[in-house]
Every structure is written in C-alpha cells, then in structure tokens.
Design a protein around this ligand. Structure first.
Ligand code: 26Q
Length: 825
C-alpha cells in the first residue's frame, strides 16, 4: 500500500525501459546494439538505484524532522549478498522489470546473476547483521548500520586437486549500490602520547598528542524496506591518507618513498576483511580497523546529535548503539573519551550516558573466539584509551569490592585486565561493564553465558542485565527471493503476501496439510529446486546427481565444533555399508547425495584437512561402479550468500550437528526449515527452539546434551571414555588403509578423536548420529509422511522472522519505536 504513492516508482514497464536505455547510452556510454548481460545488469541496477536514493533522501528528511530516537548497529561484518533482486522485490517492481528486460531481449534471471556478491562478512554474524538491516527498514525503524568498506571481502574459494585455494575477492570494480560521500570525512588519530595538564579551575585535563592521522571517508549503501516508504542507510568507512593522495610536502622535497608509504599504510586499514570466523588472533591491524571504524562512526553519531541542540543527558533518549559482538567495544571507551576530554563532562555523568547508550550482543562461548588485546599494544596504539580503560576498571572493581568485600578472588576473576604476561584487556568484560543490556542469540546460549563465562557478572549486576534475543532471518530474501514458487504457493493459501511481513501467518498452512493438490505442488516445487541444484552441481563439479535422491546438505564455515568431520565419517560408513551388500540388497537402498560447502579460515589447518577428506571421499565414491546413484559426495566450492539461495531451497535434509553447547544459535537451520527441508541436529543453539515450534516428530535429534559435555571431556582426558564404536573404528581403518588417498593427509583428524581427547566428542555422538540417519532413511521412504513433516514444519516457523527479533531488541534493549504510518510515508 505504501508503494502506490511512491513518487520514484516506475509508472510502467516502458518507464523502466526508458531509464535502462538512458543509463546504457549515457552513464555507461554504450549503444543498445552492444549491450550485453553485464551492461543490462549495470543499467538495471542504476535505474533502481536512482529510485532508492530518492526514497533514501525522503526517509532521512522524515527521520530528521520527527527527531525520533535512532538505532545504530555497529558491525565489522555485513554479509549482504546481491542487492538488485532484493531491491526489485522490496519495492515490488520485479514483475515490471522482468517484462521490461524481456522487451529489451534479456532474461531477468541472467541479468540478476551478473552481480557480484557483497561479501563483507565471514558467516552467521555478518549475515545476521544484513537480515537485521532488512527488518529495520521493513518495520520503519530509524536505523543506521555502520561498518567498514573493505576493498577485499571474504576470499573466493577454489578447490584445486581437492584442496582449498584462496583467491582475493576484489568486488568494487563496478558497484552501483554505494554512494561515495567525499564531503563526509573524519580524521582518525593513532599512536602518540598523552599530556596531563590542569585547566583554570585546577581540574586535570588530558590531551592526546597523536602520532598518525588517517582520513575516514563515508560510503553510503541504501537499504530499502519491503513494501515500506523507508530506505535506511548503511554507512561504510573507507580509509585514506589524511594528507590527500600522498604528502605533497614530502613528495616535493624528494621523499617520494615515505610519502607513498604513508598513503599505503592509511589505505591498508580498510583493505581486507579478516577471514577468521570464531577465532581471535591479536593482530595490530585488526585493532586499528576496529578503532578506525568505531571512532568515525561515533564522530558521525555525535555530530548528528549535536545538531539537535539537546543537552548531553538526553543522548541515550536519542541514540541506541548495538555492539555486534565485542569487535566494536572500543566505542564504549571512545564515547567516554569524547564526553570527558572533548566535551568537559564529569566522569560519572559521562559514564551514565555511555552505559545507557550501549547494548552488547554475544555470539559465542568458544574460548578461542573471546577477544583479548594486549595492554602494550593498546598503550602503543591508543594511549589515552588505555588510561580510560584502567579508570573504568578501577571504578568497576571498587563497586565489586564494596558489594562483595570478602571475595578477593572475585576481583581478579572479573577484572577487565587479565594479570597475565603481558597483561590483556578482556573485551567481553569491558562490553558488559559498559552496556545496560547483554544478550545471547538463542535460549540455550543465553542461559550458558549466564551460568558459565559471565556468571560472576550476573551476581554483580543482577540477572536483569542479561537477556535473550533468539536470532531470526528475513523471510523476504530467504523465502520470497530464494524460493519464489514456494512463496507464491504459500501466498495463494494464506491470503496474499502478508505472511512476508507477519510470518506467524504461516500457521494457516496447517489447514492444507491434507490437501492433495497443495501437497502435490509442494513436492513439485522441492523437486524443481533440486533439479536446479543438480544442474549447478554438474556445472561446477562435473558430478551427475539424480534429483530423486535424498539431498543431504551441510553448508557453513568449516570448523571442528560444527563437526563436518563427523558427517564425512558418516558418509564413509554409508559407503562401506553399501559395499558390503549384495547387488540385489544394494538396489533396495535409498539413494543419497551428501552435499558439503563452506570456507576454512586460511590458517586453520584441521579445517583444510576436512575439506580435503571430503573431496577425496567424493572422488572414490562418485566413481565406484558398484555404487552408482546410491551415494554421491560433493563439495561445492565458494559457498556464499548467492549460492545459499540456490542450495537451501533444494535441500531435503540439512545437518546442524555441532557439539552441544558450542553453536550459539545457527541461522541457516532456520532458512532450511523455512524452505521445507528437514533437519538432523544436536540439541544445540536454535535447534532446540525450532523443535519446540515445529514439534519433535519433525526433526531428527541425536547426541549428548550440553549439560553432559564437560563430564565427557573429563572422561576423555583421564582415559575413562567408552571404547570407540566399531563402525567408527572401521571408518578409521579404511582411511588408514589408503582407500581415500594418502592416509598421512588425514592422520590429524583421526588422532584428534583417538589420541587427543576428542574435544568435540565425535566418538561420543557417532553411534547416535548413525542411528538418526537410519531414521531419516526410514522416514524418507514414506514420501507422504515426509511431505506432511515438511509442510507442518514450515507452518511452525513464524517465530524465526528477524522482524520478531527486531521488535524484541526495540522493546527490551533500545527503547525505540518505529515511525508511525503518517510519519513514515
Ligand atoms: C575476532 C577477532 C579477530 C578476528 C576475527 C574475529 C571474529 C570474526 C568473526 C570472531 C568471530 C566472528 C564470527 C562469529 C560468528 O559468526 N558467530 C555466529 O553468529 C551467529 C549469529 O548470531 C550464530 O548464529 C552462530 O551460532 C555463531 O557461530
């Protein structure tokens, strides 16, 4: 309804075609006669971009005019994927664009495919930020994202001879979705020293004499809401030498090399995304990225607030800042610095403002992912910030001392400074102390942080500071865009596309579970999606798969805690079992395709071994004449958002099999179920809540529970665990015999389980994993039963919309309201 009056809308397909032709002939300086698909994409994108920017302008004016509280989402990662399809769907003009492009001789699907993914993220955390931006705009919240404009996003993965090879992802060659704001810049300072002086009143003042200045330049990316008048902004900062291109004084005096070196050092800050997911490595450049981005964003936020001429104590009523993990924690210190050093507020008054402004979301309990920075490094890079961190810690520890006078151990345990050699700043502790709310991302995860890594802070601050907001996904991209036929079928039964804005409406599908015609269409859509994926598999791996097989998918970052190794051990077991059967017996088995995808961090040796084993198993199994269609094992290279949009709708079964208590939430589990796939999984993260919403009979759960993990690990350390399941022993023996290539290549994966304490409990869960897969086979043979499970599951998925998450954040953490209908339009 919003969109009818949108001034910027294309009136009809001719209006759209006119704009496309205009961009081809002017902006791109080409003639229609040599307009290829790339040019058609560029011109279409530019035509929609023009629309969005008009809406963006209007949105900003309205938000300024109504002067309402704004939300700022600070994230080092925004895994956006492609923008064109999303933009066309959100402004509801895709059909018109399809017709217009057809007139010009193009298929819209081919045009959409020309776009390079915006891959400024590693995995779940970055994609969550992207889903949140979509929901914020679709719900008319005045909200901005702030991030870094990496010149290189997550690397492109190639598989060469079964090994991962990393190729740089240079994505900015042609990016119509960003607007450089050369007039919006901030000078960011590093290094140097701090001078303590006294002012006229005799009060100490601190002056930071910085040693290096780098310029932050804003690039704005419009974020259109679905069927709303709101187009919000994602502001990405790019680093540049403060002196312009290079220092002319140095250049003219003949010091060419140092002037160019300065420029390069500055530009390096926003050059590349760190490709580690759930692993912290204390590199100076990463800390520089964090401060650069945080300082530029805060300067921008404060500048906007100051224009309202309000008093400082109103800051938290106008501004909510959400920290996406600890990566932006320096924002807490930076705001305190601005308030006391630059604006002259008293410490306590400033600190109150800071705490009431920030919320912190934790995304992991893995110890290796908890950020720590060495005190000497912070001292060197940000000397004034280190002083402020020490003061924050001092006041915090004084409070703890007052309230728990006899617990001397407690002070050491909760101190923001770890007394190690060298000393370290614990960023999660700083984030907790500097925020008014801390949240986990699924119920189990939020309980775990309260009872394990942050338990002392629950005692100190009380339980109300800690809360849960279970993650969600945007149904616009993950259903409507990725699976248009299913979206249309659902729309035809639930009264139009309203379910895309109110996902609870999916529960109306329950009335159609028994509807013969509906079930038939449901199954046909899944089959068509599998045919499409089968084509992609053929094109990218050369392997032919039968779309009638059960498609069993595990796509996510490769990590030991996610246990792709257990999956491939299971596939080997399936292969050996098939080989044991007589040809007659074999032909009665259910055909399967085991599909893997995901990137390993370049320095993560074990993860790379896992990829190599998957590929090695694939080359044996896929070429075994005894096996034929009964089992295929494929690894799809370069898993990313646009590949996910093809893979997820085609899955029958997906694997979410992390060691219980290790996967904070998972979000792809939600995407798979929303697209009618079933899940095999552990009682971990959001799997538990998915089970509650869709019903136990519709999910294949297995494995040990989070509460038992510690004891099991203890048993492994002291040699008290059960002997290995003979099935797993046989899998290991077969690998060690060389059935899948040089056994030396996989020795580390096996010894991790057999000799080194099996930290991720593969051996403890293997038997029940195999049993759960047997249940899957049984259930899949009953195709009618399977379809019932599939429909019932989708009907229960309403809870997992990111719109529901955003409402919870808005209510519980940000205290903000969306613009009302008359304000928004
Ligand atoms: C930290 C320091 C230095 C370099 C890199 C990092 C770093 C980078 C990325 C640490 C962690 C990440 C990413 C974490 C992540 O994606 N976590 C996932 O977040 C999802 C959204 O909440 C959850 O669903 C997943 O369970 C969780 O693993």
């Amino acid at each position: 309804a919003w969109l009818k009056n949108q001034a910027s809308a294309f009136k009809d397909k001719e209006g759209f075609e006119h704009e496309v032709v205009r961009h081809v002939e002017t902006t791109l300086a080409r003639s229609l006669y040599n307009c290829d698909e790339v040019a058609a994409y560029s011109a279409t994108a530019l035509a929609f971009r023009d629309r969005l920017i008009l809406e963006w302008n209007r949105t900003q004016q309205r938000q300024t005019f109504t002067d309402s509280k704004r939300v700022y989402y600070l994230s080092l990662e925004f895994l956006m994927g492609r923008a064109l399809d999303n933009a066309m769907l959100n402004v509801k003009q895709k059909d018109l664009a399809r017709d217009g492009l057809a007139d010009l001789g193009f298929r819209i699907e081919d045009v959409i495919q020309q776009e390079h993914d915006a891959a400024l993220g590693n995995g779940g955390l970055g994609r969550l930020a992207a889903c949140f931006l979509d929901s914020l705009a679709s719900l008319n919240f005045p909200a901005w994202g702030y991030g870094l404009r990496y010149r290189y996003g997550i690397f492109k993965q190639e598989i060469i001879d079964g090994y991962q090879v990393e190729v740089p992802d240079y994505w900015l060659d042609f990016n119509p979705w960003e607007f450089p704001r050369h007039d919006v810049t901030v000078d960011i300072q590093f290094y140097g020293s701090v001078q303590k002086k006294t002012d006229e009143a005799g009060k100490p003042v601190f002056h930071w004499d910085a040693g290096e200045t780098v310029k932050a330049v804003a690039y704005d990316v419009p974020i259109p809401g679905y069927d709303t008048p709101t187009t919000n902004n994602l502001r990405l900062w790019s680093s540049k030498a403060a002196s312009g291109e290079f220092d002319f004084q140095k250049f003219n005096s003949g010091d060419y090399e140092s002037s160019v070196a300065d420029q390069q050092r500055a530009e390096t800050i926003s050059a590349v995304l760190y490709p580690n997911d759930n692993l912290d490595r204390g590199k100076e450049l990463r800390l520089k990225q964090q401060y650069f981005w945080v300082a530029a964003s805060l300067y921008d936020i404060v500048r906007r607030f100051k224009k309202t001429k309000r008093s400082w104590k109103e800051f938290p009523q106008q501004v909510a800042i959400q920290l996406n993990d600890t990566h932006p924690t320096l924002a807490i210190v930076e705001l305190q610095r601005i308030l006391i050093d630059l604006e002259g507020l008293e410490w306590n008054e400033a600190w109150d403002i800071v705490v009431n402004t920030f919320g912190y979301t934790n995304h992991t309990v893995l110890p290796e992912a908890l950020e720590k920075w060495s005190v000497p490094l912070i001292q060197h890079l940000l000397p004034r910030h280190l002083q402020i961190i020490y003061d924050i810690n001092l006041y915090f520890l004084q409070k703890v001392e007052r309230e728990f006078p006899d617990e001397h151990e407690l002070l050491r345990e909760v101190s923001i400074i770890e007394e190690s050699q060298p000393k370290m700043v614990r960023m999660a502790y700083l984030a907790i102390v500097g925020s008014h709310k801390v949240n986990g991302v699924a119920e189990l995860h939020s309980d775990l942080i309260k009872t394990t890594i942050f338990k002392d802070f629950v005692r100190i601050f009380g339980p109300d500071k800690f809360t849960n907001v279970t993650n969600g996904i945007t149904p616009r991209r993950w259903l409507h865009q990725a699976n248009p036929r299913l979206s249309e079928l659902i729309a035809s039964k639930t009264g139009g596309h309203d379910f895309l804005k109110d996902l609870k409406k999916l529960n109306q599908l329950e009335h159609y579970v028994e509807d013969k015609e509906f079930r038939k269409e449901w199954a046909e859509i899944k089959y068509a999606n599998k045919v499409r994926l089968a084509k992609h598999i053929k094109a990218s791996t050369g392997v032919t798969v039968n779309p009638a097989s059960l498609f069993d998918v595990q796509v996510k970052r490769i990590h030991e805690y996610k246990r792709q190794q257990m999956n491939i051990f299971g596939a080997i077991h399936r292969y050996l079992t098939l080989k044991d059967l007589s040809p007659e017996e074999r032909q009665k088995q259910l055909p399967r395709v085991s599909i893997f995808g995901g990137k390993a961090a370049p320095g993560y040796w074990m993860a790379k071994q896992i990829i190599h084993l998957i590929n090695s198993v694939g080359s044996v199994v896929n070429n075994d004449k005894d096996i034929g269609d009964l089992l295929k094992v494929v690894f799809l290279e370069d898993y990313n958002v646009s590949k996910a949009e093809i893979i997820i709708p085609a899955s029958d079964l997906s694997e979410h099999i992390s060691t219980a208590g290790t996967e904070a939430s998972g979000t792809s589990n939600m995407k798979f179920v929303l697209n009618g796939g079933l899940i095999i999984g552990t009682c971990d993260g959001a799997n538990i809540e998915i089970t509650r919403e869709i019903g136990e009979p519709n999910i294949f759960l297995f494995g040990n529970l989070a509460e038992d993990v510690e004891a099991l690990r203890h048993d492994h350390r002291y040699g008290k665990s059960n002997p290995l399941d003979p099935k797993l022993v046989r899998v290991f023996e077969e690998i060690e015999k060389g059935t899948f290539g040089n056994p030396q290549d996989f020795a580390g994966m096996i010894s991790a389980v057999r000799e080194h304490g099996d930290y991720y409990l593969v051996s403890d869960d293997f038997s029940s994993y195999i049993e759960a897969h047997a249940e899957v086979d049984k259930a899949y043979r009953d195709q009618e039963g399977w379809i019932t499970k599939s429909i019932t599951s989708v009907a229960g998925m309403g809870f997992f919309s990111s719109d529901r998450c955003i409402h919870e954040y808005a209510e519980e953490i940000w205290n903000v309201e969306p613009l009302k209908a008359d304000q928004a339009g």
